[in-house]
Ligand binder design. Sequence first.
Ligand SMILES: Cc1cc2nc3c(=O)[nH]c(=O)nc-3n(C[C@H](O)[C@H](O)[C@H](O)COP(=O)(O)OP(=O)(O)OC[C@H]3O[C@@H](n4cnc5c(N)ncnc54)[C@H](O)[C@@H]3O)c2cc1C
Length: 369
Amino acid sequence: MSQNFIDALIIGGGVIGLAIAKTISQKGMQVIVVENEDTIGSITSSRNSGVIHAGVYYDSGSLKARFCADGNRKLYEYCNKFNVPHLNTGKFIVATTENEIPILDSIHIKAKDNGVTGIERVSGQFVKNKEPLIKCEEALYVPSSGIVDQGSLMRSYLGEFEDQSGNVAFKSKFIKSNFKNDNHVSTIRNASEEITIESRILINAAGLRAEQVAKNIDVLDKKYIPKTFFAKGNYFETGKDLKIRHLIYPIPNEASLGLHLGLDLGMQVRFGPDVEWVEELNYDVNNDRLEAFYNDIKKYLPSIDKSILRAGYSGIRPKLKNKGEGKSDFNIQDETVHGIKNLINLFGMESPGLTSSLVIGDFVSDLIA
Ligand SMILES: Cc1cc2nc3c(=O)[nH]c(=O)nc-3n(C[C@H](O)[C@H](O)[C@H](O)COP(=O)(O)OP(=O)(O)OC[C@H]3O[C@@H](n4cnc5c(N)ncnc54)[C@H](O)[C@@H]3O)c2cc1C
C-alpha cells in the first residue's frame, strides 16, 4: 500500500470529471482523476446524442437552465478554438398535431427566460421548404443547436489536463474515503493493489455511480445522498444519409426530450432516445421496440421505411426522480449543503451535461476557490 498527497482527487473520467479536472488543474492544482474503466468517458459520456443543446426546455431557476445556454456558447467557442469536430445544424421542434401547437408557445417563453436567442416560430410550410421530408403543423426553429464529436471533445479536455501534468489513473476504482486532519483519505483499488490517496479536495463525478460513491464517503451524512433512478434511452439507427440537415425534435415529455431525429457528423440519421426505466445497467437494445419507434417517427417523417431501422446503442440517464415524479435537475452539493470541507458531489448529471460540461467545470472550480 502506498500513500500520495495531492490537491484534488476526482472520481470519474467522463466528460464532467474531465472538464472539472482541466479547469482546476489550470488554476495550479495538482489533480488525479480515478477512472474505473480502461478509457475516458466510455459510460454515459459516449452513449448519448452528441447534441449541443440550446437550453430551451429547462425550468427557470433550475441548474440545467442556468448552465445550458451559457454552456452552448462556450462549447462552440471551445470547439472552434481547439478544432473539435462539431456542426451548428440548428433544429426544429415540431408540433405534428393542432393540440401540440400551444406547447410550442410555452417552450418559446421558457427559452427566452433561459437566455436562448434567435428562436423563431415557423409554419409547417417553412419547415417543408428547408426539410422536404418533414411534416408538421408548426415548429420552433432553434438556430444554436448542433452536434459535437464527444470522443474528440473529451480527448481535448484530457490533453489540456495532461498539459498541466494532470493524470488519469485507469482501471482504478474508488472504494471509500475517510476525513482526517481536514483532508480526504481515499482508498483506490487497481488491478494489482490498493492505494491510499490523500487530498485536500474530493470531487465525486461518478455519473451513474455517484450515489454509490457518496455512500462510501464515511464522513458524509447519508441524508444528503439522493436516490438515483436509471432511465435507459435506446436508439435505432439507419446508417444512411437521408438528406436531412437539421435535428428534428418532437414535443418533449416529462422524462425526455422525445424520440428525436439525430445526426452524426457524417449526416447519418438515427432516432432516439426513448425512455425505459431499468433497475440494472444493461445496454442491450431490444428489437421489440422497433414498432413503437416507427409509430413515433412517422408522425414527423411519414416516408420513413421501417426496414431501414436497426437496433443501435443505448445510454442510461441518472435521474433523481422516478417514473411519473416529474423532471429532475442536476444536484451539485458542496460544504454549504452537507457541511464537509472541500467535498463536492455531483448527482443526476443527465442531459444537458455534455453541453454544460465547460460551465460545470467553472462552477465547481468556483465552489472550491
Ligand atoms: C441517452 C442519453 C442521451 C444524452 N444526450 C445528450 C445530449 O445530446 N447532449 C447533452 O448535452 N447531454 C446528453 N446526455 C447527457 C450526458 O451524456 C451526460 O450528462 C454526461 O455524459 C455525464 O457525464 P459524467 O462525466 O457525469 O458521467 P460518465 O460519463 O458516466 O462518467 C462517470 C465516470 O465515472 C466512473 N466511475 C463510476 N464509479 C467509479 C468509481 N467507484 N471509481 C472510479 N470511477 C468510477 C465511470 O466509469 C464513468 O466513466 C445524454 C445522456 C443519455 C443517457
